[in-house]
Design a protein around this ligand. Structure first.
Ligand SMILES: [Zn+2]
Length: 493
């Protein structure tokens, strides 16, 4: 966008364009029908190649929406002149033209896996980021590949429970998950393995403001990826790696690297307790077999818990409760600063840990905790998408059974609006109550769309035993519904 704002004549409409103040994928792109676009990009690449002696030059080539090309007479003329069947082939023409230029300087291009769309340029290497499919397809076509799937190689994703981590873009990629990565996809035959050059870890900085925070996201996950790439599969040993990290952390400390200790964070998983209104807290130890034990406190006095899953029932008295859990050294049992503390606050209301049913299961990518997420006593925080929110692509009816007829002061549900992440507010939320589970009467209605997360409220001060929420996915998505492997969803929490 900055390039188009400075050189509006290189866009399909001629502008004016404005430098965007947020991040995202933008509809305004370089005009593929304008030769000046290529002259400018070749000038930039010539300077890049002067600066960097490497054989491979990364040209990006990803996240290019095609809408402006479809509406542009110059782009359409180019399509016709080169007998291109659609805008994907126009993108391929674009990449191949850039490749010819880079090749003419004795170099080769590498680009994100979108450069496969519409036909791959003859000598191009591919960086596979939208899963592994792009890498598999390119290797089968005998092109070199660098694997960088979001599932294992994106170090801007959360590495611990999002509730205890600095705000991140999403995802959940622990050190162990990175270590479990095998860069050679199983779909490839042995003679195709040689096309997988290796893997790359990415730290995008949309949510990262300081170098210290970059270090926190990259280390120790980059150590895990380095070992995956340097050590043959059969010699990798996760437990041994985790043990060796202990010494590595001391070295990193000496080097003043702000390494993350999220590896040692106890995870908490909440589920329905034995009785309605009770929340069961499962402590999940972070490191198997490490010489550590867990302690917890809800009042400042630390008590040991067994080094295994252990339920702890919380009743609805008092109406809110909080606890802290952390790993301790087993040698002296002291709580030390080096292990991060996991904090949990629960706010109980009449719906907490009551029977809940969903007419439609959440989308698999937004369903970490299941239906219980909506009644677990945690008020979902903005952008903590994976553990505190559930997402649907279709409308859903959520039914809460309070067990008996009760006074309700208000009914509400949280909803997230983050259009850049393809997450949208529901068009309509309807609240209904019933005293027999069959006949429901309206209890309020919501149609307003707001930015950010908001609590959608139904009616107040009425009596009822059951309530149902219905959220309809917006009919008009501002952007394509599944571009870049992402999915448009309505997210409730
Ligand atoms: Zn154009």
């Amino acid at each position: 966008m900055a390039a188009l704002a400075s050189y509006p004549e290189l866009g399909c409409t001629g502008g004016p364009y404005e430098v965007n103040k947020g991040w995202g994928v933008f509809e305004e792109v370089f005009c593929a029908g304008n030769d000046s676009t290529f002259a400018m990009l070749e000038g930039v690449l010539a300077e890049v190649m002067e600066l960097f002696p490497s054989e491979l030059i990364h040209i990006g080539g990803d996240e290019c929406p095609k809408e402006s090309w479809k509406a542009c007479s110059k782009c359409q003329a180019r399509k016709k002149a080169h007998d291109l069947k659609d805008e994907h082939e126009l993108q391929s023409y674009f990449i191949q033209r850039i490749e010819k230029f880079v090749n003419s300087k004795g170099r080769k291009i590498i680009g994100w896996d979108e450069i496969l769309e519409g036909g791959l340029a003859p000598n191009a290497a591919v960086m596979s980021w939208r899963g592994t499919e792009g890498g598999v397809a390119a290797a089968k076509l005998k092109h070199n590949v660098v694997m960088s799937p979001g599932s294992h190689c994106y170090f801007d994703h959360y590495q611990g429970d999002p509730a205890n981590e600095p705000l991140a873009i999403g995802g959940y990629t622990t050190v162990q998950k990175v270590y479990s990565y095998e860069p050679i996809p199983v779909e490839l035959k042995p003679d195709q393995h040689k096309y997988i050059l290796g893997a790359q870890g990415n730290v995008w900085t949309e949510y990262i403001l300081t170098p210290e925070h970059v270090e926190y996201m990259a280390v120790p996950r980059m150590l895990a990826l380095a070992e995956v790439l340097w050590i043959p599969k059969e010699k990798r040993d996760e437990a041994d790696f985790i043990r060796r990290l202990e010494a590595e952390f001391l070295r990193l400390e000496g080097m003043k690297v702000n390494a993350s200790k999220s590896l040692y964070q106890v995870r908490l998983r909440l589920e329905q307790g034995h009785f309605p209104g009770m929340v069961k807290v499962n402590f999940i130890p972070p490191v198997k077999g490490a010489p550590l034990s867990m302690k917890w406190t809800d009042d400042g006095n630390w008590t040991s818990v067994a080094d295994e899953l252990r339920p702890r029932a919380l009743t609805d008295q008092p109406s809110s409760t909080s606890m802290q859990v952390c790993m301790v050294d087993t040698l002296d049992g002291q709580v030390r600063k080096k292990f991060p503390v996991t904090r949990l606050s629960l706010a109980f209301n009449k719906a907490t840990a009551q029977k809940i049913t969903l007419s439609e299961q959440p989308h698999e990518r937004y369903n970490e905790g299941g239906a219980f997420t909506l009644v677990d006593g945690i008020t979902a925080q903005e952008k903590r998408v994976n553990t505190e929110w559930l997402g649907w692509r279709k409308g859903v009816t959520i039914t809460m059974d309070l067990g008996s007829e009760q006074e309700i002061s208000y009914v509400g549900i949280g909803a997230l609006n983050e259009t850049y992440s393809w997450i949208h507010m529901p068009d309509v939320v309807e609240f209904l109550v019933s005293s027999d589970g069959k006949n429901f009467t309206s209890y309020g209605h919501h149609t307003e769309n707001k930015d950010g997360a908001s609590r959608i409220r139904g009616g107040e001060n009425r009596q009822g035993a059951l309530c149902a929420h219905r959220g309809e996915a917006p009919r008009q998505h501002p952007r394509g519904s599944s571009r870049s492997g992402r999915t448009s969803v309505v997210v409730l929490g």
